[in-house]
Design a protein around this ligand. Structure first.
Ligand SMILES: [Fe+2]
Length: 410
């Protein structure tokens, strides 16, 4: 998956988590409307002693000290799992009762009805917390409060909800995946850099070896590089995988490795070759196979050196293999090698022109060349790819960079 899409997924999931948290807050706020209303009977209590009452889980303490000038302390203990919001206390009092003082609350007296509203920040008593309010009330008659009514509303903190725990877990997983993504991306970048460096080392080593081979014959200078690039392009057009295209390129580079063992005098002989000299030159295939025998880290490299002069009809050398018995890399390199030979000057002749080459390629289809491969080479001649390769490989110094950029694309 592309990096852009992954980043987009992270942003979308982050927005979803934020939106879930927002919904969770709204849901929690809705619980504020849940009303809590309880009565507690205090009958039989004396004003001179502390009176304890309990409203559900809310404990109420009434502390009084005087018959005619009564002082009440009422403490609300919240032992529930939610906070209390906007609560009031209501109690019956004598008609003539006069409220002399009131603390931590506002009062409202209507006849025998007294309402106390605590003065609290946001009118909230948080869970496991308490709040005390009090009044001094003057009456002419003895008075003992018989009942207190408690009215409040539930207030649920969004962070205490189950959904918040789920959202938190999702956020933690999201953050872990994000970190893992960036760590993987960093490691991958380092891996690619190392891979590119390794590739450069392989190419430089091969090019050094190729320079030895090509130096033996001034007329074939750049031949191995061009054959490698033609062969890689054929493999690419045959829809081979990137790894195979790369392997074909390396095989093309070293296909003539065996020429290192051929005397320069025979390689550069301008006149006709004797049978013995021809056999010596042809032995570069078997010699190449031997040189590359242990080079098994690149698939097909030994076979390509060994069999690139086999012909499709079985009349080639060194073993006279026929058709699909010839390894496919060797068949591809055979076509690329033949094209480069036809399009380059040789010690014994000048290069052929485009029409002559196409004609020879077509006449060799099914005899010298695999017909399913040579057609791609003809396409490359017709669409000008081969000219681009010639221009690029003309400057040997940039050859490595061109190749590196070519592999970066495949
Ligand atoms: Fe060859």
């Amino acid at each position: 998956m592309k990096d852009k899409n992954i980043i987009l997924i992270f942003i979308v999931t982050f927005m979803m988590i934020l939106y879930s948290y927002y919904l969770n807050c709204i849901t929690a706020d809705n619980f504020v409307s849940t009303k809590v209303e309880c009565d507690v009977s205090l009958s039989g209590s004396l004003l001179s002693e502390k009176i304890y009452g309990e409203i559900s889980s809310y404990n109420v303490l009434v502390d009084s000290s005087d018959y005619t000038e009564s002082e009440y302390d009422i403490t609300i203990y919240n032992q529930e799992s939610f906070s209390l919001y906007n609560w009031t206390i209501e109690l019956s009092v004598p008609e003539d009762a006069y409220i002399e003082n009131c603390w931590n609350a506002q009062y409202e007296k209507m006849g025998t009805h007294l309402r106390l509203t605590p003065v609290l920040e946001n009118s909230v008593i948080y869970k496991n917390n308490s709040h005390t309010i009090g009044i001094i009330m003057v009456t002419e008659d003895d008075y003992t409060p018989e009942e207190i009514k408690f009215i409040g509303f539930k207030y649920i903190d969004p962070i205490d909800t189950v959904s918040f725990i789920i959202i938190t877990i999702a956020a933690v997983i999201w953050a872990a995946l994000l970190i893992r993504y960036f760590v993987t991306r960093y490691n991958l970048k380092e891996y690619h850099e190392k891979q590119l460096n390794d590739e450069k080392i392989i190419l430089q080593s091969m090019n050094t070896f190729i320079n030895f081979i090509d130096a033996k014959d001034a007329y074939t200078r750049g031949h191995s590089r061009r054959v490698a690039m033609y062969a890689a392009e054929i493999a690419s057009r045959m829809k081979m995988s990137a790894e195979e295209v790369q392997a074909v390129y390396y095989c093309g580079l070293l296909h003539d490795a065996g020429k290192i063992s051929i005397p320069d005098a025979i390689l550069n002989k301008p006149g006709a070759l004797t049978d013995e000299e021809r056999m010596t030159i042809q032995s570069h295939t078997v010699n190449g196979g031997k040189i590359l025998e242990k080079f098994n880290s690149i698939k097909g490299i030994r076979e390509s050196a060994m069999y690139h002069h086999e012909r499709y009809d079985g009349t080639g050398y060194p073993e006279g293999l026929k058709g699909d018995a010839i390894p496919i890399y060797a068949r591809i390199i055979g076509v690329a090698d033949a094209y480069d030979a036809m399009s380059s000057n040789r010690v014994y002749r000048r290069h052929l022109n485009k029409d002559e080459i196409i004609e020879q390629m077509q006449s060799g289809s099914g005899t010298q060349f695999d017909p399913n491969i040579v057609k791609y080479m003809i396409d490359m001649i017709n669409d000008g790819f081969v000219n681009i390769v010639k221009m690029e490989t003309a400057d040997e110094a940039t050859d490595l960079d061109i190749k590196a950029s070519m592999f970066a694309k495949i």
